[in-house]
Write a protein of this length. Structure first.
Length: 277
């Protein structure tokens, strides 16, 4: 496995590789990321190459968020990626990827990007789309794989690829969970042991929300409000708990494939989760 830090080095290394799988990450990797690498290998086959990027993207963090304290664990990440069969790691520093202020940005449409995560994290999806589009231009992958845990992000990026006519197939990887059910996240390391146990409440809340809908309740506002209050009563600070249509994240309707999504702060850590119905 090669670990490269410059765009020029990466382009030279990939020049003879026509079939490329790509897994963009911010590092501090866990088994969910490694599953995406395995998925990328399956997509490109033995003649293809799999590239993983590690870059903590300042553009998607608000000033009050955890950019400065986000764990940088490059040596450990590279060991994990090599064990997962990754072929190339692209780990640029900020000066390499943004040699000057990034004045040109990719701004996704508000009907998808300014709801849910985008509402509570203004500018987040512009930062994500800008860095991913730039990484796509650098790596020029045939396939790109993103985790479904960031459900809205996956939707936004798929739409970007479609509207920009990029020659890339975007794939979603299933959310990986610890044995007790907690969705794997790079931010789980912020949690104390007691908080890790309490964090299971988030997925349980989503299951309860789904169960009420499947039992025939249709007062969506009340179902969602009750779920939010249940989290507050347990000491959480929820941003949203909601049931939406998978196709466009509009409010749930009968007959449509649905997804339950939640974001809430437990202590100092903001967690997200989702369950497809």
């Amino acid at each position: 496995m090669r670990v490269l830090h410059s765009i020029a080095e990466l382009r030279e290394a990939l020049a003879a590789q026509a079939l490329r799988g790509f897994v963009p990450t911010m590092g501090n990797l866990h088994d969910g990321h490694l599953a995406l690498v395995h998925q990328a290998h399956g997509l490109v086959g033995p003649r293809g190459v799999v590239v993983a990027s590690i870059f903590v993207n300042r553009l998607q963090f608000a000033p009050h968020e955890d950019f400065d304290r986000y764990p940088r664990t490059l040596a450990r990440d590279c060991e994990l990626l090599e064990g997962a069969g990754c072929d190339v790691v692209f780990a640029p520093d900020e000066r390499e990827l943004y040699p000057e202020p990034q004045g040109y940005k990719v701004t996704p449409p508000p009907e998808l990007a300014d709801i849910l995560e985008g509402h509570f994290r203004p500018g987040f999806f512009t930062g994500v789309c800008t860095v991913v589009h730039k990484l796509f231009n650098i790596v020029q992958p045939s396939h790109a794989v993103f985790g479904k845990k960031d459900y809205q992000q996956l939707m936004v990026l798929r739409r970007m690829v479609d509207q920009m006519a990029l020659p890339i197939e975007v794939h979603g990887g299933e959310t990986r969970r610890a044995a007790e059910g907690l969705a794997l996240s790079s931010r789980n390391g912020y949690l104390s042991e007691a908080e890790k146990a309490e964090a299971l409440r988030l997925s349980r809340t989503l299951k309860a929300l789904i169960a009420r809908w499947q039992a025939g309740e249709r007062d969506l506002a009340k179902i969602e409000s009750d779920a939010m209050q249940a989290l507050r009563d347990a000491g959480w600070l929820p941003d949203y708990v909601t049931l939406r249509c998978q196709r466009d994240l509009s409010p749930a309707v009968d007959g449509a494939p649905l997804v339950a999504l939640a974001a809430a702060k437990l202590g100092n850590t903001r967690l997200i989760d989702n369950l497809e119905v």
